[in-house]
Every structure is written in C-alpha cells, then in structure tokens.
Design a protein around this ligand. Sequence first.
Ligand code: ZN
Ligand code: ZN
Length: 357
Amino acid sequence: MRKLSSGFWLLLGIGVSLLQACASNNPYYNPNKAHHRPEGFVNSDGTTVSKPLSDLMRWYRERFGKSLPPPPGEFMANYDAFPVRPFKASPLESPTQIRASWLSHASVLLEMQGLTVLTDPHFCERAFPVQWAGPARKVKSPTNVANLPHVDVVVISHNHYDHMDEGTLLDLAKKSPKTLFLVPLGVEQTFQSWGINNVQAMDWWDTKSIQGAQFVFVPAYHWSARTLLDRNKTLWGGWVVKHPRLNFFFSGDTGYSQDFKEIGKRFGPFDFSAIAVGAYEPRWFMKAQHINPDEAVQIHQEVRSQKSIGVHWGTFELTDEPLDQPIGDLAKARKKYGLPDSEFQLLEHGQSIILKD
Ligand code: ZN
Ligand code: ZN
C-alpha cells in the first residue's frame, strides 16, 4: 500500500478532533453542577455506566448459542399466557377518584380530576429505531393513543428506545397540541426535530408547576444514547409528581444508588410509585444500569413509598432473564423485606387500580 504522507494523518487528526469538539458541546454545561460535563452528563456520584467493549463482547459470547433469554414458563406458561386487558378511556367514577393504569413496559397513566399524566409512552411493536428489527413486543400492547383520554403532561425518563418511542409520541402530539412533554436536558432537541414543540427540558431537581401539581425531575443511575455518537449527551432520571391529593414517584431506568435516599428525604413519603423491576440479568453486566426486584424493594422503602407497582418488565426482552422471572423474584424480595403483597405488586398489562376514591 502506498505510504500516506504525515500531512494526511495530521489533517485527519485535526478533522477527527474538530468533529469530536463539535459533537462534545453540552449547551447546558454548568461547572457548578456535579453531574454536568462540558461534553454531556454523568451520574450524581461523578461516574458513568461505562462498560469496556470487552464486557459487551463477553455478554454476547456467553449468550451465543444459548438462545437467551429462555421463554417464560415458571409463572406464565408462555407469552400468550400474560393477561392483557384492553385499555380504553373512561370517565373517573367520582371527582375525587385517582386511578393508575399500567399500559405495558414503563408506561403508566395517572388520572385524577384536572390532571392526567403519562410516563414513557410506548405502544408500538418494537423498541428500536426501525420497526423491522430490534426488540419486538412479546405481549401485545393493551392500548394505543386513540384509546387514551386527553393527556395533560407526558414525562420522559431518558432517550432509550424502549422509553421514548417516536411513533407513539408523534401520535400523542397530533392528538392534542395542548399535551406538554417534560423531558431531560437535551432531549427536547430530538422532540423539536420531530416537530413536537410543546416540550420543556428539565435538569435534576428542577420543578415545574402545572395544574396544581409540582413536577420534579430527579436523579437516577443510568445513561443515555440513541445513536453510536451521542452517549450521555442528554440527561436521564426519574420523576416526582407532587399533587395535593397524591404524591407520585416514577423511577425511570436505574441502577441502585444513593439517589433514592435523597429523593425520599426531599419528597417522600409517596402515596404511589412505579419502580422498574425488569431487565436485570446477568447481574455482572446489568447491575450498574438496571435494578433487580430486590433492589427495587429497597428503593420502595428508601423513597418511603406506601404502595408501588413494578414496571419495565413483561413486555420487551432486553436482557437474559425470562419475561416472567420478575414475578418470582419480586415475591422473594417482598418476603425478605417483610412487605405484604399489596404493597408492591405487579399489574396485568392494561390493568387499572384505584388509588383514591
Ligand atoms: Zn435505559
Ligand atoms: Zn429501559
């Protein structure tokens, strides 16, 4: 091969550095905030979920030829055995009633008079940039945007595809231009690129008052990315909705961290929480980014939740445990920490529960 001149390599080097410099600019960078970096964001303890490529290769290698995850079988005979209750908007039965519905994966609808909130809506077939590849829904969606009531506020935890689905979000924005989207710092740019402009970006601990409720974006231990080049360029977290009649906590995706004691101290106790309980095996690889049911119960206690439901399970196969494993692991964790079954439960897809009458 002809030897390339040193000038070529110098130019290439400058080009790559310039590209990185362009890509690395965090417009929100505030040196006084511990989780801000000039190029993006880190977790509250200053670290990132960064697995060396060798770990990713090890995970793939260990899975190779094993057809992981195994299909469900211990608690649900197969995927079709997961009960799905079709969800359709219906009026609350009294002006004081508060209703919560699990609409699969991390999507929770909270309805009370004067305020309807939806977390991480995803009702499409796949959690991936294209609808012909990537993790497919194993249990069908109990609803779609047409069947929802008017949603006042959509909160987004982070930009991973199983939490931020372009098709579902566009349907919501089209259905009602009044729906407000609250998103982590940086994520608003993606919304605007889709033509969704009723969006507001929030940093950790930022508060916004809407229709009598305070919406607070709170830390989680996780990471963000939608492409190979945007890792941790936008923020991630969970949400607190503090309404005079209901205090709600949504964990988003997270590993276990000290953040939850702080959230509990600042905003607990919570009447109701939605906490992730799925996508956690193998632990050596997943522990840093996804809690297991045992850690979810610890978080339930640390934020001082009176009642929680498990989310982020039973929908997409993202990791190595079968889709029904959280059922058994959560039961074990409840027993270990002495919780009654009703204090931290799993709902059926599309199931609603009445939180207040
Ligand atoms: Zn995630
Ligand atoms: Zn997720």
